[in-house]
Design a binder for this molecule. Structure first.
Ligand code: ZN
Length: 83
């Protein structure tokens, strides 16, 4: 079973063009382009589609946010946990 969310983008001609995203919660919701959860947006970044009405190429580009990752390293060898 396929599952995806949809991002609905308005072409300059007024036609709604849908993009399917495999990112995010995948709960079959439809999001307007101005209000898309980050995970869903990342799932359709750099996608493009042809508008069925005017033939224009509609492209999505997402500015990827960055986060700080917590990194832990377990040192090899040594059985002492005295730091
Ligand atoms: Zn169009």
């Amino acid at each position: 079973m396929s599952c995806f969310d949809t991002v609905r983008v308005r072409c300059i001609c007024g036609t709604d063009v849908d993009f399917q995203s495999k990112g995010g919660a995948c709960d079959l919701k439809v999001y307007p382009a101005h209000k898309v959860p980050v995970g869903v947006a990342a799932g359709c970044d750099a996608d493009s589609a042809t508008c069925p009405t005017c033939g224009g190429i509609v492209s999505i580009n997402v500015a990827q946010p960055t986060v700080a990752m917590e990194v832990t390293v377990d040192a090899p060898g040594g059985d002492g946990d005295d730091d």
